[in-house]
Design a protein around this ligand. Structure first.
Ligand code: SF4
Length: 340
């Protein structure tokens, strides 16, 4: 097997007939023949055993503002050491990181980096969290679990940025290790997921509910793509779904720009973004933020008294008057994580 130095026995799989294995990490539940990879292209059946080929092998490591994940209600103004590997269980036609997420099998690249080295990098750069991001972290689940355990031992939080296609078994493993998640709710139509992502809607909705019930701090992101998921009806359905779980879950509406296999589409009009934000608020969501628009300024106001609490210019926090997570005027507790 190639990449011997990176292989690591996977979690959440079982043997099936003729040396095949069944991977239960994500809702594809791939049955993988000996010598082959799952759909994500980085989990390989070698002689009847499932391995991760990207364990301690990140392809991207950056120190980012946590607002860039995006997470607006988790340690505002702090830095997150952000890591991702090759591979993904989705094949989104609009992926902004397709150059790494769509690498498969022998095309995998990266830099051997131990969990310990990552922790040292995070601490040296004054990061308060580690973010598993860029590609879908379930495909490097074992690396996430070990890094997250070590991060907690050093007082750091763990951030998981996901397409939400995890199984219930994976969510169980993440409970207690992951402090906050941003889950993409890319659309409210199964067709969209099938046609553009090689995914399905229902498992994503289930993951969102499970993560919330597990007490993981949750924010949702929707990339609004002209002509694909931007009808008022669909925007309203997404907002209603989020509000049905908790009106205080932050919702990030992100502006689309042509990329990857959607080069001929147009950027989302700013007026459409503002209209979507208005729909989110009409449906009762307390925090609806816009991303990727010029001169964006996103403010979090107290849902009870309306006082402006946190003001952000793009990814920079220019004001934060929260006191221990509460509004200083009326004492209302703002949903989120505001201390390490
Ligand atoms: S994580 Fe990869 S191998 Fe496992 S079920 Fe998902 S796509 Fe298949």
């Amino acid at each position: 097997m190639k990449l011997k130095n990176t292989i690591h026995r996977a979690v959440l799989w079982e043997s099936v007939l003729q040396k095949k294995v069944l991977c239960n990490a994500c809702s594809h539940r791939c049955t993988i023949a000996e010598g082959h990879y799952g759909i994500c292209g980085v989990r390989k059946n070698h002689e009847g055993i499932l391995y991760s080929t990207v364990y301690e092998f990140p392809i991207a490591i950056n120190v980012d503002p946590i607002e860039k994940k995006p997470l607006f209600h988790v340690l505002p103004g702090s830095k997150a050491l952000s890591i991702g590997t090759a591979g993904c269980n989705f094949t989104c036609a609009f992926c902004q990181n397709f150059d790494i997420s769509q690498l498969r099998g022998n095309a995998i690249r990266g830099q051997k980096t131990s969990v310990r080295q990552l922790l040292e990098t995070a601490i040296t750069n004054h990061c308060q969290s580690i973010a598993y991001t860029y590609n879908e972290p379930v495909v490097f689940l074992e690396f996430v679990l070990d890094t997250a355990t070590a991060a907690h031992q050093h007082g750091l939080k763990n951030i998981y940025v996901s397409n939400g296609f995890e199984t219930a078994e994976t969510l169980k493993l993440l409970e207690g290790k992951i402090d906050a998640m941003n889950i993409d709710l890319k659309a409210f139509r199964d067709d969209f997921y099938k046609k553009l992502c090689r995914g399905r809607l229902r498992p994503v909705l289930e993951t969102i509910k499970r993560a919330y019930e597990a007490g993981i701090e949750l924010e949702i992101t929707t990339l609004l793509i002209p002509g694909q998921n931007d009808s008022d009806n669909e925007i309203r359905e997404i907002a209603r779904f989020i509000a049905s779980i908790d009106r205080e879950i932050p919702w990030h509406i992100s502006r689309f720009f042509p990329t990857y296999r959607m080069q001929s589409s147009h950027p989302t009009p700013v007026a459409k973004m503002e209209q979507a934000q208005a729909i989110g608020k009409q449906e009762g969501l307390q925090y609806v933020y816009l991303g990727n628009i010029p001169h964006e300024q996103n403010t979090s106001s107290c849902p009870q008294c309306g006082l402006q609490l946190i003001v952000r210019n793009a990814y920079q926090v220019s004001q934060n008057i929260l006191e221990l997570g509460k509004c200083p005027r009326c004492g209302y507790r703002i949903k989120g994580i505001f201390k390490t």
